[in-house]
Design a protein around this ligand. Structure first.
Ligand code: MG
Length: 251
């Protein structure tokens, strides 16, 4: 069942989202060649404490997720576990997923940062992923259908020759990190539930240079592209308000 948020609840979520977005900006800056993914996580832990935000990912799921952020490098799509042994190299792209709980409500967002110089092709991948996400957000209008969002995302990414991960989806968000409805990054426009004011969802395209197939590592968390090609992840928490879509968290 979809739980629609009241305007007051959306204001609380917006406050948490603003804090999480600020923290993310800080973390994005520190992605440089030579740091470890554990350094990124430790910085997030400090910033969460300082801002009165609780981690939403820590101890989530089975086996319990062991960190505050996910750090997925290059061909890793999502859920990479921070480690002291995992250094960021020149030219890497690092997808960082970050989720927090503030006054009982969750905010969830992700972005792909670049370490040092990257090629034009990599920049295009990142820009296209953001463009696809924003095209989806623009369809978040009362009366539209849920898969209008999905189709818009798919349209932008596939037109550029990329593929969208199909086994992982965006989601409703509120008191729980993952709520109904599921928000796929592909679909047929004009289908799915009718969008209503008060809907809050995390929209998160995972865009692959190669095929959309993915594999899970032995750590049971890290998900990578099956063909080893690059993947980019961008996510925003968005509310449907009387004035249309309102981004609560996201870069
Ligand atoms: Mg999410």
């Amino acid at each position: 069942m979809i739980y629609y948020k009241s305007p007051d609840e959306i204001e609380v979520m917006a406050e948490g989202g603003r804090i999480l977005t600020r923290i993310s900006r800080d973390i994005k800056e520190m992605v440089q060649p030579g740091i470890s993914t554990k350094d990124i996580d430790e910085r997030a832990v400090v910033l969460f404490k300082k801002n009165g935000m609780e981690p939403a990912f820590l101890n989530y799921g089975r086996p319990p997720y062991p960190a505050t952020v996910c750090t997925s490098i290059n061909h890793e799509v999502v859920h990479g576990i921070p480690s002291v042994k995992r250094k960021v190299n020149e030219g890497d792209i690092v997808s960082i997923d970050i989720g927090g709980i503030y006054r009982g409500f969750c905010a969830d967002m992700a972005f792909t940062a670049t370490a040092g110089e990257v090629s034009l092709k990599v920049k295009e991948l990142i820009n296209s992923t953001r463009e696809a996400l924003n095209a989806g957000i623009n369809k978040m209008i009362a009366g539209n259908r849920l898969y209008d969002i999905s189709a818009a995302i798919q349209g932008v990414a596939e037109k550029k020759g990329y593929s969208l991960v199909r086994d992982l989806v965006g989601h409703g968000i509120g008191k729980n990190l993952h709520e109904a409805p599921q928000v796929p990054n592909f679909g047929k426009s004009g289908t799915g539930p009718v969008l209503k004011e008060g809907l809050v969802i995390a929209i998160e395209p995972m865009v692959n240079v190669g095929g959309y197939g993915i594999v899970t590592a032995d750590d049971q968390w890290t998900i990578s592209t099956a063909d080893g090609k690059l993947s980019c992840h961008w996510e925003k928490t968005v509310a449907l308000t009387g004035d249309g879509p309102r981004v609560l968290a996201g870069l």
